[in-house]
Design a protein around this ligand. Structure first.
Ligand code: GDG
Length: 750
């Protein structure tokens, strides 16, 4: 099995040196996590190699070298890199996803390059993968890719992980390309985020922008589902925890410790980014110094800031402001032997970073927004039994798990100041207890577990999709069904109406049958071998009005009525609806704009298809809760259907009518078609040899699936046409006979 990891950058970087290229490998968290994945995978990586070149021979050279390590480069021109990476990715999506609305830039050239580069990635992947391979797309630079790949390879297994926050719908809706981005992601089988909040935001954005309908964590897209979940990424715990036992790390620990002497060390480590709250942290520290002179000369804030995205305007500006703020604090408080802020504007090798984590008394991690924040977890992992306090922003994804940190709102300077004081004064025992509890979490939720959990859940979703694909009526299935149909002597054809024979409309009364549908039903029913039954939840008046002229039978209101040989029968007495029940339903109609109540003779139906998706789902749940006790007392059943809640007698269902039909006649071909959960009763009532077809999402209870309502008519037409040879001969003989009669009549009259 081949697993392709797709990320903006490859985990290796090519650098031009004299007349050749050297490759340096950066073992990021994702790379280590994936390396440890158990299973029979051949791993490949596709991404930008860190260099722009126009020369074909240089590209070939880099490609050859990288492919030896199963790395596949996607080359970008300078312009593409600027507009796709610095532009749409980091000047549009990044600020928006981190709630920096004012920094978000909308430029056509950015969006064009983003589409172009996603398509470039798609082309490269298509060149490499087979139709059943596994492709795991990483992060916000490649949000269009899942759908692009799906179009090329419908059966490909596609996963996507979003490493940064997914903003609330209210913010996301601002993006001009919101629909394209969401559709792009829904090309995957499985989409995951660090936290349930991001997952919730994604679901609500997709529901509102694309009008798709999630059922808990899944949404149906044609003949497949997309599963969504929250999977917090972790760190390579063993690597960090064992680091102090390495000689070079221990040496670095001793060196660093001697540098700080008795000073308490507060550490922060970030890429230079406005989302990391570096300035807010400095304001908090300045305020701490101002109000706590007793700590002057005793505490140092060491800030490791790794240069990043310095071509993006907002970053250069931020750098200037940080420099100024640090200058101002140091200028004000420094003494001959103490500098309050130690500012290190460059990256450090792993040993030195681990050493700083080990000796730091406090890690001050205060992003304004952060998808997860691995620095917080690394700090915890490196600690042994030595004390240390993590001060963590509640806006970081890591705050969901690390509740033993001192959680702060980074916008509140006073809170940062107080947290620093509290951390400095915290008894060592309490520090250790908190640290141990957090280590218990970080050591279990590792990056390896994250990758394994992702792949497991992705496989489940992909398997479900595969099963659905197999249920979809293929040309071979169709031939087999037609063959059985033609050889049968007595056929029962059970058809649901709404969502099966007719598409859902905003107003149920608008879903009247089309001339094509009437014609197809007429042709099917005209065959004396066929018994066609419309098995619907609709009231019998409407069914009679729309379809009563056809030679078909009916089961209406979920089996409460049936029509046979042209006569309607009623299985149950007309319900007297109690005023209490009606008033509950009317209350919900009033409280849910665009919902309405349908009063049938044997059932009450609350329709909420047109209501806001979120409000509709909330009210549906509330309504069911409000109805339970009253329905129990009155022996009524509450049925949850497709955007409807129906209250009816439990005695009759779509299945009970089928049982009655099967008792009276022996059929050697049974077809049942339906789209709703209520149709499962019908599917379950027919024998296992029956051709059961679920429209929309596949059902456990139905053998076959047709992905869309619009597939029903062509399917039925194929069956009706299967008999067209005989039927048309009969019809043409009838026609010839009547012309001959007319001819003779005319002669006689002359
Ligand atoms: C994105 C999301 C999410 C930093 N300085 C040095 C150094 N680092 C390493 C850290 C850590 C990594 O960089 C930074 O990871 P973060 O998670 O803090 O932040 P982002 O880079 O913004 O990452 C973030 C992450 O994706 C994963 O999904 O957590 O929210 O924004 O591993 O150790 N490493 C070395 N020297 C340094 O000077 N060796």
């Amino acid at each position: 099995m081949k697993l392709y990891i797709i990320s903006n950058r490859l985990p290796v970087k090519a650098t031009a040196k004299e007349d050749t290229f050297i490759f340096s490998r950066s073992e990021g968290g994702v790379a280590t996590g994936l390396d440890s994945l158990q299973g029979d995978y051949e791993k490949h990586w596709v991404g930008w190699p860190g260099i722009c070149t126009d020369k074909e021979e240089e590209k070939q050279h880099i490609r050859r070298q990288l492919e030896e390590m199963n790395f596949h480069p996607v080359f970008l021109s300078d312009g593409q890199y600027r507009n796709y990476y610095e532009g749409y990715s980091n000047s549009t999506l990044w600020p928006l996803c981190h709630y920096f609305f004012a920094y978000t830039q909308y430029k056509k050239s950015f969006w064009q390059a983003y589409q172009e580069v996603n398509a470039l990635f798609c082309r490269e992947i298509c060149r490499l993968v087979g139709p059943n391979d596994w492709v795991w797309v990483q992060d916000y630079q490649l949000m269009l890719l899942p759908e692009m790949l799906r179009r090329e390879f419908p059966g490909l297994h596609i996963g996507y992980f979003h490493h940064i926050p997914f903003p609330s719908y209210e913010l996301f809706r601002i993006l001009p390309e919101r629909a394209e981005i969401l559709k792009g992601l829904l090309g995957a089988d499985f989409v995951a985020f660090h936290t349930h909040d991001y997952m919730r935001h994604f679901i609500s954005a997709a529901e509102r922008v694309l009008h798709v309908d999630f059922s808990l964590d899944e949404v149906r897209m044609g003949n497949r589902i997309v599963r969504v979940d929250a999977l917090p990424m972790g760190v390579n715990y063993e690597l960090y925890h064992n680091a102090p036992r390495q000689k070079n790390v221990w040496d670095a620990i001793e060196r660093t410790r001697s540098l700080y002497g008795k000073h308490k060390l507060i550490l922060s480590v970030d890429r230079l980014d406005y989302s990391k709250g570096i300035l807010h942290r400095l304001y908090g520290f300045a305020s701490f110094l101002e109000h706590h002179p007793e700590y002057h000369g005793k505490v140092t804030l060491t800030m490791v800031i790794v240069p990043s995205r310095d071509h993006v305007g907002s970053y250069a500006e931020l750098k200037t402001r940080i420099d100024e703020e640090i200058g101002s604090i140091n200028g004000r408080y420094s003494t001959m032997d103490w500098t309050p802020v130690c500012y290190l504007y460059h990256g450090f090798p792993f040993e030195e970073l681990a050493a700083m984590y080990f000796i730091a008394d406090i890690a001050l991690v205060t992003p304004l927004r952060d998808g997860m924040n691995l620095v917080a977890k690394e700090y915890i992992a490196v600690k042994q039994d030595n004390p240390g306090v993590l001060v963590l922003s509640e806006m970081a994804g890591a705050a969901v798990e690390l509740t033993d940190a001192l959680l702060v709102n980074p916008n509140d300077t006073e809170q940062i100041e107080n947290a620093i004081c509290r951390a400095l004064e915290m008894p060592v025992e309490e520090q250790k207890e908190r640290m141990h509890r957090m280590q218990a979490i970080v050591s279990v939720q590792t990056v390896n577990k994250w990758a394994a959990d992702f792949v497991n859940e992705w496989q489940e979703a992909a398997l479900k999709n595969k099963a659905m694909r197999l249920k979809k009526i293929s040309p071979q299935h169709m031939e087999e069904i037609k063959r059985r149909y033609l050889h049968a002597r007595k056929r029962l054809i059970l058809l649901d109406y709404d969502g099966t024979l007719a598409a859902f409309r905003k107003k149920p009364e608008d879903a009247s049958p089309t001339p094509q549908l009437l014609d197809t039903l007429q042709r099917l029913a005209a065959d004396p071998l066929n018994h066609v039954v419309i098995n619907s939840g609709r009231d019998h008046f409407t069914l009679e009005k729309w379809l009563g002229a056809l030679p078909v039978s009916f089961a209406a209101e979920h089996g409460a009525f049936y029509k046979e040989n042209g006569v309607w029968h009623k299985n149950i007495h007309t319900q007297e609806w109690s005023p209490g029940l009606l008033s509950i339903l009317r209350l919900f109609v009033n409280r849910t704009p665009r919902s309405h109540l349908e009063i049938k003779e044997t059932a009450l139906v609350w329709h909420y298809r047109e209501a806001d998706a979120w409000l509709g789902a909330l009210r549906a749940q509330q309504l069911v809760n409000a109805l339970i006790s009253i329905c129990l007392k009155q022996h009524l059943q509450i049925m949850q259907g497709n955007k409807v809640i129906e209250i009816k007698s439990p005695e009759y269902t779509k299945g009970s009518e089928v049982n009655r039909l099967l008792l009276t006649t022996r059929y050697d071909f049974i077809l049942a078609m339906g789209d709703d959960t209520t149709d499962d009763d019908m599917f379950k009532a027919v024998p296992p040899t029956a051709v059961t077809v679920k429209i929309g999402t596949a059902s456990e209870s139905a053998r076959y699936n047709l992905p869309a309502q619009t597939d029903t008519l062509p399917f039925l037409q194929q069956l009706a046409n299967g008999n067209s040879g005989k039927a048309s001969l009969k019809n043409s003989l009838k026609g010839q006979l009547s012309s001959a009669v007319d001819f003779f009549k005319r002669i006689i009259n002359q």
